[in-house]
Design a protein around this ligand. Structure first.
Ligand SMILES: [Cu+2]
Length: 167
């Protein structure tokens, strides 16, 4: 009987030892793994969104060209509305000459020659003829037909002038 009990004790002891040894085995595994963190930190370095502004610069550089067109704004085109109403143009007879010597008018306009000289003059042409025009008096004629009208002074043939009548 004593031998059996001894065997049993031995068996329990061996079982307990093996159990303890196996239980203590898992403890020696303190393995930290901070490496993967470093790898993750290095990867997120890709914010290269600085190129787009360069394109906008090129656009702004090409913009200054279209600043020229505003030159086509000159709208003050109001003058051509007047020709309807006839007017009177003045020609001065002064210092033995007609001023202006060449006058351009429109059909229906009237020309008024006023003598500023102390000497009498005339305004004579094929279509109109004045009497002697004394100082500070005048002669006038209304042109109802377009054309070129040359005139002169009968008293002083060197005094010549013309009226151009546009239709
Ligand atoms: Cu004269």
């Amino acid at each position: 009987m004593k031998k059996l009990s001894l065997l049993l004790v031995m068996a329990f002891a061996t079982i307990a030892l093996t159990a303890c040894s196996t239980g203590s085995k898992p403890t020696p595994t303190p393995t930290p793994d901070p490496l993967p963190n470093v790898a993750q930190q290095t990867t997120p370095v890709e914010p290269p969104a600085v190129q787009p502004p360069v394109k906008t610069d090129t656009k702004t550089a090409s913009n200054p060209i279209p600043i020229d067109p505003p030159k086509s704004n000159p709208t003050p085109v109001k003058a051509p509305a007047k020709p309807a109403t006839p007017s009177t143009k003045l020609v001065l007879i002064q210092n033995f000459g007609f001023k202006p010597a060449v006058l351009t008018i429109k059909k229906g306009d009237t020309v008024k020659w006023e003598n500023k000289d102390s000497t009498a003059h005339t305004v004579t042409s094929d279509t109109f003829k004045s009497d002697q025009i004394n100082q500070n008096t005048f002669f006038s004629y209304t042109f109802t037909k377009a054309g070129n009208y040359n005139y002169h002074c009968i008293i002083h043939p060197s005094m010549t002038g013309s009226v151009i009548v546009n239709p």
